[in-house]
Design a protein around this ligand. Structure first.
Ligand code: ZN
Length: 196
């Protein structure tokens, strides 16, 4: 039990990254078991909700893909396969052929994509981010047989709740009410520009 000198960044609920000392050799590993089967994609947004002083708040998820890739790469618990920021920059963290800890109870056989976005139902999703997401999912579906209906929100697969201000709130709402599901599904069911 020797403290890890790298002191990884821990992404806590509400997407606040803090430096934590780390006490396990496994801390640097964000990748889980090797796997060959992938049947679903789960879409996330980085920001909240979390409860502060009895109010549900969202961190807003500032920063770009590079910032959040560093955060996920170094997190001793959480993992994600891809990160896409508001400008449409895409980066991978956990390899596709390994399980990542991104959706409790739904990590096996799934790929997680994290959008750098508040996911609060107020901030709009820009075209650059959604177009990059569409292109990424098109690419993933050339490698794995993933049905359109198996592209899911974190909110629909994670039913946990949080207590806040005397109310019971849903703990996972991402990617939130503004996410353009119809645009995504329409793009994925039409031919891509590169197809003959
Ligand atoms: Zn999520």
């Amino acid at each position: 039990m020797v403290p890890d000198r790298r002191a990884p960044i821990w992404c806590v609920a509400g997407a606040i990254c803090v430096q934590l000392a780390c006490y396990s050799e496994s801390c640097a590993a964000t990748s889980g078991a090797l796997r060959t089967e992938v049947h679903a994609i789960i879409i996330h947004t980085i920001s909240g909700p979390s409860c502060v002083d009895g109010h549900v708040v969202y961190s807003g998820a500032p920063g770009d893909t590079a910032r959040w890739k560093k955060c996920f790469d170094q997190d001793p618990v959480l993992g994600i396969h891809y990160i896409i920021d508001r400008m449409g920059n895409v980066a991978s963290s956990t390899p596709e052929n390994r399980t990542a800890n991104h959706a409790q109870g739904n990590n096996v056989g799934t790929l997680g994509i994290e959008l750098v976005h508040s996911g609060d139902g107020k901030e709009a999703f820009g075209d650059a981010q959604i177009d990059a997401l569409i292109n990424l999912i098109r690419s993933i579906r050339t490698r794995y047989d993933i049905a359109i209906e198996n592209i899911k929100s974190h909110a629909e697969v994670d039913k946990r709740t949080l207590q806040c201000g005397g109310q019971t709130e849903k703990a996972r709402l991402d990617p939130g009410a503004n996410f353009p599901w119809s645009k995504l599904r329409k793009a994925l069911t039409s031919r891509s520009p590169s197809e003959p």
